[in-house]
Write a protein that binds this ligand. Structure first.
Ligand code: IMP
Length: 177
């Protein structure tokens, strides 16, 4: 296991680039099947989901739209539990097939608090694709439709995910050691 340092903490390799890319492709293939003949709108949640969204989108063969929004709720290694901002959602969701793209679902609070805002706009359907799910930590009721990996309740960085701003550029996902 390769160990790297981000700020003051050590992280060990957890999911390799090959493993991540294979799984992202599988999710895209499932979406291609499930949304055949439709034209879903992907709403990717910044900052963490930018890599997942880009790789997922690359593998889509259906027609699809993509937009990015920002909901900041996390500082350092502890979730503040608060949704601070929600900016960038200009699309009208009425009658659209919407897929939320999230890097990681931890407690589930962020999406649980945010989803009613989307439901309010009466999309035709609303699904969630999350690359990582810390299912042991999820206490808010949330249905995840596409999950990359169910992971233990340990802090992770890489592939878009940060620890205090750093680590997003890593191609692999690393776990706190
Ligand atoms: P939740 O509201 O508790 O589900 O937290 C979701 C957000 O917390 C994610 O979109 C991430 O930004 C952040 N987060 C949760 N766990 C981790 C982690 O292990 N590493 C990096 N960010 C995390």
């Amino acid at each position: 296991m390769a160990v790297i340092k981000v700020h003051d903490k050590s992280f060990g390799t957890y999911l390799s680039e090959v493993v991540i890319q294979k799984r992202v492709k599988e999710i895209a293939e499932n979406i291609n099947k499930d949304y055949a003949g439709k034209k879903p709108l992907f709403i990717a949640i910044l900052n963490g989901s930018f890599m997942f969204a880009a790789d997922l989108f690359r593998h889509l063969t259906i027609e699809a739209e993509l937009c990015f929004i920002k909901l900041a709720s996390y500082k350092g290694m502890k979730s503040s539990g608060k949704v601070i901002t929600s900016i960038g959602l200009e699309e009208d969701l009425f009658d659209k097939d919407v897929i939320i793209v999230e890097d990681i679902v931890d407690t589930g609070k962020t999406l649980h608090k945010f989803l009613p805002k989307l439901v309010h706009q009466q999309p035709k359907s609303l699904k969630i694709a999350a690359l990582l799910h810390k299912s042991e930590a999820t206490t808010y009721p949330l249905t995840l439709d596409y999950i990359g990996f169910d992971i233990p309740n340990k802090f992770v960085v890489g592939y878009g995910l940060d620890y205090d701003g750093l680590g997003r550029n890593l191609k692999e996902i690393y776990q706190l050691v």
